[in-house]
Design a protein. Structure first.
Length: 249
C-alpha cells in the first residue's frame, strides 16, 4: 500500500484578481519523487509556498498524515515534518557546513536552545547534523566554510539542512538550477538516496533529470493542473508537449 504523507485538495491562491493557483490537487507519497512541471508563471513556486506555509491558501485544504495543517504557519509545519529548499541558495555562508546543519538540527531538540546549554556539545544534535551531511555526500566537507563550497555542494548542503531538521516531506524548488552535468548527476543520485522513507516534491526544468528520477509528474499551466500521471503518460501527452515540453524523442 502507498502511504500518503501530504495531500493538497483544491488549493487556490489569489493575488488581487489573479489566481496564481486554482483548484490544485496532488498527493505526495512515501518512497516517491513527484515532479511538478510547467512553464514560467505556471504557479509551481506558489504551490510549494502554499504547501510549506510560506503563503496562506485562499481556499482548499492541506493534510499532513491525516492532520489538517491548512491554517498552520510555516514553522509549525516544519516541526511536523515538512521541509523545503528555495530557488536561491539559502545557507549561512560564513559558517561551516556542519554548523549550518547543526543549527537546523537544533529544532529537533528543545534542550539545545536552553540559555545555559552548549549546543555544540549536544551529542544528539551533532549526530543529526553529521548524519545529514553524510547522507548528502558532504561528510568529508563538514568543516568547510559553506561559502567556499561549489554551487552544487551548496545545494546539497541546503538539502542536508532540511534533513537535519527531521523533515520527511521534502519540497525542493529547482535544486539543479545552474548546475553542470557532473553536479546534476550528484544531485540526482542524492534524490534517489532520499526517495525511500521520504515524500519528495520536485520543481525542476532539467527534463533529463526529471524523467530519470520522477515516479509521478504533475504539469501546471496558468495556475491549474493540466495533467498528472506516470512519466510515460506525461511524455506521450500531446497536450503537455504543446503546453510545455515540446516534441520529445
Amino acid at each position: 500500500m502507498t502511504e500518503e504523507f501530504l495531500v493538497a485538495h483544491d488549493l487556490t491562491r489569489y493575488f488581487g484578481g489573479l489566481a496564481a493557483n486554482q483548484g490544485v490537487s496532488l498527493s505526495l507519497v512515501r518512497g516517491e519523487v513527484h515532479a511538478l512541471l510547467g512553464p514560467n508563471g505556471a504557479g509551481k513556486s506558489t504551490c510549494i509556498n502554499l504547501l510549506s506555509g510560506d503563503l496562506p491558501a485562499s481556499a482548499g485544504r492541506i493534510v499532513l498524515r491525516g492532520q489538517d495543517v491548512t491554517g498552520l504557519p510555516a514553522h509549525r509545519r516544519a516541526q511536523l515534518g515538512i521541509g523545503r529548499s528555495y530557488q536561491r541558495t539559502n545557507i549561512f555562508p560564513k559558517f561551516t557546513a556542519f554548523e549550518n546543519c547543526r543549527l537546523a538540527a537544533q529544532a529537533r531538540d528543545p534542550q539545545a536552545w536552553r540559555v545555559y546549554s552548549d549546543a555544540q556539545r549536544n551529542d544528539l544534535v551533532r549526530g543529526y547534523a553529521l548524519e545529514a551531511l553524510a547522507e548528502a555526500g558532504l561528510g568529508e566537507r563538514a568543516e568547510t566554510v559553506a561559502g567556499t563550497l561549489s554551487h552544487g555542494e551548496q545545494r546539497q548542503l541546503e538539502i542536508a539542512m532540511v534533513r537535519a531538521n527531521g523533515a520527511e516531506v521534502l519540497l525542493l524548488d529547482e535544486p539543479l538550477a545552474g548546475m553542470g552535468a557532473e553536479e546534476s548527476a550528484r544531485m540526482v543520485a542524492l534524490l534517489k538516496r532520499l526517495r525511500p522513507g521520504h515524500a519528495i516534491l520536485l520543481v525542476e526544468h532539467d527534463m533529463d533529470a526529471v524523467f530519470e528520477v520522477a515516479d509521478r509528474i504533475t504539469v501546471m499551466v496558468e495556475g491549474r493542473v493540466l495533467e498528472s500521471g506516470l512519466p510515460e503518460q506525461i511524455r506521450a501527452s500531446a497536450a503537455v508537449r504543446q503546453a510545455y515540453l515540446g516534441e520529445m524523442a
